[in-house]
Design a protein around this ligand. Structure first.
Ligand code: ADP
Ligand code: MG
Length: 345
């Protein structure tokens, strides 16, 4: 054994990289943060283009509000945000981001270039940050909105780099993230490109059915049944969306998407609620396609969990569950797709 260890403080750069690893796990986590920023910036068009599964490069372009030169400089600093100003605002966060750490954190473990021009006038500027070291803000002839480019992710965190999977697997994760946000925001024209090829592009017309068509294709889109329970009883304000015919299924549960107050969540309760509605009509280990928006009063749900997890906690877990089962079941019943027997389970 070595001698008794002595305790010492880590240097700032090391602390930063450890913290970064908590938020930025893989290319898909970068895509998630950049996409959320574009949506928070009121974009109507967002393009996500990745190379090599996102390991080589990630570019997210939007036509949102953009940033001034001063804001651009502040955006990459630690704990800087335009979204809340004090702890009091935390209770009523209306944006996807608010922690003010994403850009700072990503820029600490990559090479990042941001080009931005305010939508309501003013010139464009750009800023490059290399492993946390910000350069000078310089003029840039970019269109209104913002483009963030991230390359060489984890180049200075070899431990994290080692955990990256193949480009195909990393792209899979990226695809899932962009798909969920595209479905959650039918009014935003969302495009995903991989290695220069378009994977999907939604129109941004606000129509959920055509968004599903763009993302999942014709076979799935044509099997979708509309769910609409506007005055759902109990702890739920409304439930709307689309679910597939019991025979249009996949082996993976990732096509069963639930959104609570607009936020994508993976909640076992909600998934089970949907499966129960099919009442034993699904083949074993098969999952339907679903895009379901569950609206609940903000104080009946806790979404302020870990930034990387997409979990929620409901005050009335079983009430939400049965409301969702009822809503989906009555949509399927209306279409004659399930029998009116008791739900399984
Ligand atoms: P947060 O989203 O939690 O505020 P971020 O580090 O992700 O923290 O972003 C910091 C700030 O940079 C945001 O609050 C916003 O003002 C600005 N910003 C980031 N991305 C964009 C964008 N795409 N368009 C406009 N402003 C942006
Ligand atoms: Mg953010």
């Amino acid at each position: 054994m070595s001698e008794t260890p002595t305790i010492h403080a880590l240097d700032d750069a090391t602390v930063r990289r450890i913290a970064a690893g908590e938020v930025v796990e893989r290319p898909a986590s970068v895509v998630k943060e950049l996409l959320e920023n574009s949506l928070d910036a009121d974009a109507s068009r967002v393009t996500v283009a990745v190379e090599g599964g996102g390991i080589e490069g990630i570019r997210v372009r939007d036509d949102g509000v953009g940033m001034t030169a001063d804001d651009l400089e502040r955006a990459v600093e630690e704990h800087t945000t335009s979204k809340i100003s004090s702890g009091d605002d935390l209770a009523a966060v209306g944006t996807l981001g608010f922690r003010g750490e994403a850009l700072h954190t990503i820029s600490a473990v990559s090479h990042m270039t941001i080009r931005s021009r305010p939508r309501d006038g003013g010139r464009g500027h750009e800023l490059t940050v290399e492993g946390g070291d910000a350069g000078e803000v310089t003029p840039s002839g970019c269109p209104p909105g913002t483009v963030v480019e991230v390359t060489d992710l984890f180049y200075n965190t070899p431990a994290r780099e080692k955990f990256l999977k193949t480009p195909a697997t990393e792209f899979d994760h990226v695809n899932r993230v962009v798909t969920q946000y595209a479905l959650a925001n039918p009014d935003v024209a969302t495009t995903l490109e991989h290695d220069g090829r378009e994977v999907f592009a939604t129109e941004g017309t606000g129509d959920l059915q055509s968004t599903v068509l763009a993302v999942y294709g014709r076979e799935v889109a044509s099997s979708m049944v509309e769910v609409d329970a506007d005055d759902a009883a109990g702890p739920v304000t409304s439930i709307s969306g689309l679910v597939s015919h019991p025979e249009t299924t996949r082996a993976g549960r990732e096509y069963l998407s639930t959104f609570v107050n607009g936020r994508y969540v993976t909640a076992g309760t909600l998934r089970e609620a949907v499966l129960d509605a099919y009442g034993g009509q699904l083949a074993p280990d098969r999952y339907p396609f679903a895009v379901l928006f569950v609206e609940v009063p903000p104080d009946a749900v806790d979404v302020n969990v870990h930034p990387r997890k997409m979990e929620v906690r409901f005050d009335d877990e079983s009430g939400v569950k049965s409301a969702l089962t009822d809503a989906v079941r009555s949509a399927l019943l209306d279409d004659g797709l399930v029998r009116s027997s008791a739900p399984r389970g």
